[in-house]
Ligand binder design. Structure first.
Ligand SMILES: Cc1cc2nc3c(=O)[nH]c(=O)nc-3n(C[C@H](O)[C@H](O)[C@H](O)COP(=O)(O)OP(=O)(O)OC[C@H]3O[C@@H](n4cnc5c(N)ncnc54)[C@H](O)[C@@H]3O)c2cc1C
Length: 396
């Protein structure tokens, strides 16, 4: 255990930030080795290599205790709250260390496990924090995305097991994940959100088949996951049978808040790279005011996201206003990578350097910013209905 004064840092996220900043900084003395050197500003050509390296960084941070702050002691944490985790992501990105991909879903799936399935969380979360495994979120299906309550994957109780059959689609990190936290139907087909349950399904169970989906960049970012009469123990239920919607609603608060914060921290890191490139690129002249506008968008996103995180840390509901953060994030991501494409011009299209490959991969992924985690149209409807209180649109 490296961090000094653990209790003090758990009580005060500012002290934690100070210590962590020093921990992640590049050593200034030539006598000191940089224990994070292998992850600093490093990028891997395939998704599988990238996520394996990310997992090793998690193991490193876990061994020294740094990524255990912000999680309760019952699940292997060192105390503190979500602000400690936010500080970790911020400091990692600022130090040129990519935010480990497994943490994106850990931040969405971990909190509901801690709240609704504490025994399961005590078993699984320490492994996830140590980078020994990561999880996929099995919500979307071919006929159920925006309208999640129409999902059809069924779980039928048989003694102390559920027998699960159906298909999940667009599962991020699904190809390399060890487990899937799935929303399944335990009620009648017409029961909509009242007949859903949340359940953890291990990938290595008989009847689970996973097919990777490569996105346009060629990286296996997603997967489709099939369940063919998979027997899952009832102890894998998160919350109560048919109580899955309450778990999903709780989960969504983290997806809306911490994910946006992590993505903003990454975007800030990439913005700094864009500015450095612009300083040396004659084509940047015509882009200066757009770079300034992008910076304003980034700062706006960060301010919004910080306010949402504060609500979460105070135990207040995140609420429908978090849809603003989601829309702001999509605007930043699309704007950032469009600008990078323009700045690098033909190099962006044809260059084969690691740098250009990275910008291109990110540009492709950023196209999904208005879809993943709830489409932009649906977010705007939430704002119109629940924040502005506008009358419902008449369907013609
Ligand atoms: C990169 C990426 C990663 C993802 N990762 C995951 C994951 O890990 N786990 C997971 O479960 N899912 C994941 N998804 C799926 C994602 O949540 C869905 O794609 C999203 O919710 C939209 O659902 P859909 O694709 O079925 O589109 P649909 O719901 O069919 O929507 C199609 C179009 O209709 C519009 N539309 C739909 N309903 C309305 C409405 N009521 N009002 C106005 N417009 C509407 C939408 O805005 C969209 O433009 C991921 C998706 C992407 C692209």
């Amino acid at each position: 255990m490296n961090p000094s004064n653990v209790a003090g840092q758990a009580a005060d996220h500012r002290e934690f930030a100070k210590q962590l900043h020093a921990e992640l900084a590049v050593p200034t003395s030539p006598d000191e080795s940089d224990r994070y050197a292998r992850w600093r500003n490093t990028r891997y050509a395939t998704e599988e290599e990238q996520i394996a390296a990310d997992a090793q960084l998690m193991a490193e941070l876990n061994g020294s205790g740094w990524n255990r702050f912000g999680w309760p002691a019952e699940v292997g944490g060192l105390g503190g709250d979500v602000r400690h985790r936010a500080v970790l992501y911020e400091e990692l990105a600022a130090a040129g260390l990519a935010i480990p991909q497994p943490t994106l879903l850990l931040e969405t799936l971990g909190p509901p496990l801690v709240k609704f399935a504490p025994a399961l969380a005590a078993d699984l979360l320490p492994r996830a924090l140590a980078g020994a495994e990561w999880w996929g979120q099995g919500f979307s299906e071919p006929e159920a995305g925006s309208d999640l309550a129409s999902l059809r994957t069924r779980a039928v109780r048989d003694g102390d097991h559920y027998v699960v059959s159906g298909q999940k689609l667009w599962t991020s990190h699904g190809d390399t994940a060890s487990r899937y936290v799935c929303l399944v139907r335990t009620g009648t087909p017409e029961s909509r959100h009242r007949g859903l349950s949340m359940i953890v399904i291990d990938r290595d169970l008989p009847g689970v088949t996973v097919r990777p989906i490569a996105i346009a960049s060629g990286r296996n970012k997603l997967a489709e996951v099939y369940f063919d009469e998979v027997r899952v123990g009832v102890d894998r239920l998160v919350g109560t049978e048919n109580g899955g919607w309450a778990v999903a609603t709780y989960l969504l608060q983290f997806e809306r808040s911490v994910y946006a914060w992590q993505s903003a921290a990454t975007a800030f890191g990439r913005f700094r790279a864009l500015v450095d490139a612009a300083k040396q690129n004659s084509q940047a002249d015509g882009l200066v005011s757009r770079i300034g506008a992008l910076y304003a968008d980034l700062v706006t996103l960060r301010a919004r996201s910080a306010a949402t995180l504060r609500r979460l840390a105070d135990g207040a509901p995140v609420g429908p206003e978090a849809s603003i953060d989601k829309i702001a994030l999509a605007r930043v991501e699309i704007g950032l990578y469009d600008l990078a494409a323009e700045l690098h011009g033909t190099d962006f299209l044809f260059g084969d350097s690691a740098e250009m490959n990275e910008w291109r991969d990110e540009w492709w992924y950023s196209r999904s910013a208005t879809i993943l985690g709830g489409s932009a149209e649906v977010q705007r409807t939430i704002l119109a209905d629940h924040v502005l209180g506008l009358p419902k649109e008449t369907v013609r």
